[in-house]
Design a protein around this ligand. Structure first.
Ligand code: IDP
Ligand code: MG
Length: 139
């Protein structure tokens, strides 16, 4: 399996609920290495830029309000097959559909307030890593 880098965000709901440590524990126990991390209070503009692919969708306004409602922890993770594996341990977007033991099953409270973001493909990982960590190697 290829070593990859992917971007994750511990979202405002999970930061506010005190779950940063719980989520990092799960990431580390799944053999992800944290290669960069920043705690950021996203502006509405920054949230809109990050989620530009969703502009025009019915949930865009509410999502970008939520993502700029409080601090987040943004991290670049590295590991074998990191992009797909992170998506697996995150669980489905809607926690009602998330598998047992996934981060969203454990910590999400709604389809919007779902605790964690993860890049969904190599192209989005490249865009998202550069968005928060310009100049960092993508691998
Ligand atoms: P993902 O985070 O699992 O990749 P996306 O479809 O990329 O899901 O959506 C981005 C984020 O937008 C989700 O994580 C969630 O916070 C929010 N979202 C997605 N679909 C809905 C919806 O139908 N209602 C409200 N919020 C949504
Ligand atoms: Mg997505």
């Amino acid at each position: 399996m290829p070593i990859e880098r992917t971007l994750t965000i511990i979202k405002p709901d999970a930061v506010a609920a005190g779950h940063i440590g719980d989520i990092i524990k799960i990431l580390e126990s799944n053999r992800f290495n944290i290669v960069a991390a920043r705690r950021v209070a996203l502006s509405k503009r920054q949230a809109e830029g990050f989620y530009a692919v969703h502009r025009g969708k019915p949930f865009f306004e509410s999502l970008t309000n939520f993502m700029s409602s409080g601090p987040v922890l943004v991290m670049v993770l590295e590991g074998d097959n990191a992009i797909a594996r992170l998506r697996e341990i995150m669980g489905a977007t809607n926690p009602a559909n998330a598998a047992a033991g996934t981060i969203r099953k454990l910590y999400a409270t709604s389809i919007e307030r779902n605790a964690i973001h993860g890049s969904d493909a190599p192209e989005s990982a490249a865009f998202e890593i550069s968005y928060f960590f310009p100049g960092l190697d993508l691998l």
